[in-house]
Design a binder for this molecule. Structure first.
Ligand code: ACO
Length: 311
């Protein structure tokens, strides 16, 4: 019977029929999705911290309102993604526990500090730009709840990217000091943004199996290259440079060729040894503890409400 179920599952994948929560699925497929969706959800909520850092120091009321909305969007993305993960039979509470005890990962990019206002621009433009490049194909992920959650997330990410570009555009057309601040932010966030796509395909543990299951539609290297090709002309439009002396247009292939990424740095940051890892996880744990009364109140209210409707 198991073989028959497996055969049917493989046929659905081959026919691009979406897998839904009640469908039979191999344990490895389920585990891979829990791992990736949880890591994605954790990235969204940890990702609130580097930008949350600038809400009280935004340079105008308008900028502050936009930044608050963007950080709130990230909280929302986390919520859709935890809900998508829960359809695979795992509790949000358990996923948070895995994050807080360092047993599940989140994106390396959020372990870098946000030192100036221009970093809000660089994060929107580069980090959210990389996120979109990686996430648009995930809208076609074979697992229904994840693919559907990605549709709205990608729309919001596009807005985030535009607002980052606009911050940098304003700064790079401002005073020399503002332009220098924009350039410095781009210099610091460029290479970590390329690392967001994960290790090179040859070193990627999960890529081949995830591609076979229709979870990943493109390899890490392909998406990284697309991101570089998209971003170089945008940097030119901003009047900013990218910190890579080897960056050059390759007429023959029609791609921008770029220099070597420091993969040791990615390894270190993933292992917990980036500039802000300890601070990010500590802040997350504290926020979770501080929010215990909200969860308790919501549960008490739900219990009370359930009783009233029964009466
Ligand atoms: N940061 C942290 N960990 C990473 C990163 C990264 N940038 N890239 C790869 N890894 C981890 C993988 O999770 C995996 O570890 P694990 O086996 O313990 O889970 C290991 O490195 C090897 O990598 P891959 O085999 O290539 O892993 P995978 O097939 O999952 O590909 C990728 C990684 C591309 C990030 C994929 O998981 C993905 O597309 N995730 C969804 C998008 C996402 O999470 N984005 C978060 C940042 S964007 C944002 O929040 C704004």
């Amino acid at each position: 019977a198991e073989a028959e179920l497996e055969r049917r599952f493989e046929a659905m994948i081959a026919d691009e029929v979406r897998i839904e929560p009640r469908d039979w699925m191999p344990e490895g497929y389920r585990r891979t999705l829990v791992r990736q969706i949880a890591q994605h959800a954790h990235s969204e909520i940890i990702g609130m911290q580097p930008e949350g850092n600038w809400i009280t120091r935004a340079p105008s009321l308008r900028r502050k309102a936009i930044l608050i909305a963007k950080v709130q969007d990230e909280a929302g993305h986390g919520l859709y993604l935890y809900s998508a993960a829960e359809t695979l039979g795992i509790d949000r509470e358990d996923l948070l526990d895995l994050l807080h005890t360092g047993r599940q990962k989140y994106s390396s990019i959020f372990n870098y500090p946000t030192l100036t206002w221009a970093d809000m621009g660089a994060i929107g433009w580069l980090v959210d730009g990389a996120a979109i490049m990686n996430q648009v194909p995930l809208c076609r992920c074979s697992y229904g709840p994840y693919g559907r959650a990605m549709v709205r997330i990608c729309k919001e990410e596009s807005f985030h990217q535009r607002q980052g570009f606009e911050i940098l555009h304003t700064l790079s057309h401002g005073t020399p000091a503002q332009k220098a601040m924009a350039q410095d932010a781009v210099n610091r966030f460029w290479w970590p943004s390329l690392m967001m796509f994960g290790p090179p395909d040859a070193a990627s543990t999960h890529s081949a199996q995830s591609a076979a299951w229709g979870i990943k539609r493109f390899g890490n290297d392909e998406l990284r290259q697309r991101f570089v090709d998209m971003t170089v002309p945008q940097a030119q439009a901003l009047g900013l440079t990218l910190p890579d002396p080897d960056l050059r247009w390759d007429e023959r292939s029609g791609h921008w060729r770029f220099g070597a990424v420091d993969w040791d740095e990615l390894d270190r940051v993933i292992r917990g040894d980036g500039p802000c890892n300890a601070q990010r996880v500590e802040r997350r744990r504290t926020a979770h503890e501080d929010g215990a009364w909200v969860r308790d109140s919501a549960e008490a209210y739900a219990a009370k409400h359930a009783d009233t409707t029964r009466a």
